[in-house]
Write a protein that binds this ligand. Structure first.
Ligand code: ATP
Length: 222
């Protein structure tokens, strides 16, 4: 794969998730990565069938509607529905392969929270990810980079300290980024809704509006 930086386009970010629902930590962190790395855009990629976790509570269509409503105010973001259009489990290796085929001269930056990165060896064809993209690991409260084991060994030759390295190659580098630590999770949001409590200021206002209006996550049920 060509690594001649003179011929490369500005990098784009790829931020996959269940987004069940999208929350302010997702969007704030993706925005900070966009700004710090100088990404052309961040693709928000909702998964259809998450391979590594429980079935989402909402349908793909409902999660997508919330994601669009929450992210459309910011020009940094573009919702990418390729995983929803693909049958079967949503493997990130397939997603990155299809983006690489479409964008042969654009560095791709897979954006992962530290917890997701720590679980990488459980992902399907995980070593292939760096053949298509760089990885940006965002710090997350309660998670640390591994110091021993196969992931630590895999990481060592790939980790870079200078963000500019992400513009100089199409793939293969891992960059750790300190982002504003927001201890918000979709799990916490679903639990609050389950108790019929407010999630205002944890999610974008249009997301909260849609959840109330449509009684999603059981909110509003007697
Ligand atoms: P859940 O609580 O249902 O597991 P989540 O809040 O972790 O959901 P996902 O859609 O599963 O959200 O996460 C998508 C990506 O966002 C993952 O890479 C995850 O590590 C990252 N992420 C989510 N919330 C945070 C957070 N508060 N800080 C850092 N990274 C986060």
């Amino acid at each position: 794969m060509s690594n001649n930086s003179a011929t490369l386009e500005p990098p784009i970010g790829v931020f996959g998730g269940t987004f069940d629902p999208v929350h302010l930590a997702h969007l704030r962190m993706a925005l900070e990565v966009w700004e710090t790395v100088g990404l052309a855009e961040v693709r928000l990629v909702p998964c259809q069938i998450p391979p590594h976790r429980d079935t989402p509570q909402l349908s793909a269509e409902q999660r997508l509607a919330l994601l669009r409503a929450g992210s459309e105010v910011c020009p940094a973001f573009r919702v990418d529905t390729r995983e929803l259009e693909r049958p079967g489990p949503s493997y990130m290796a397939d997603t990155l392969a299809s983006l690489r085929a479409e964008l042969p001269h654009t560095p791709l930056c897979l954006i992962l929270g530290m917890d997701a990165f720590a679980g990488l060896p459980r992902w399907h064809r995980w070593r292939e990810l760096a053949e298509y993209a760089h990885i940006i690991v965002m710090e997350r409260p309660g998670s640390e980079l591994p110091v021993t084991g196969e992931l630590a060994e895999w990481l060592a030759p790939r980790q870079v300290e200078d963000v500019a390295a992400l513009r100089q190659a199409l793939n293969g580098r891992v960059f750790r980024l300190a982002v504003t630590q927001l201890d918000i999770s979709a799990t916490q949001i679903r639990a609050l809704l389950n108790e019929r409590r407010s999630i205002q200021f944890l999610v974008p206002e249009p997301v909260w509006h849609l959840i109330r209006e449509q009684g999603l996550y059981g909110y509003g049920e007697a």
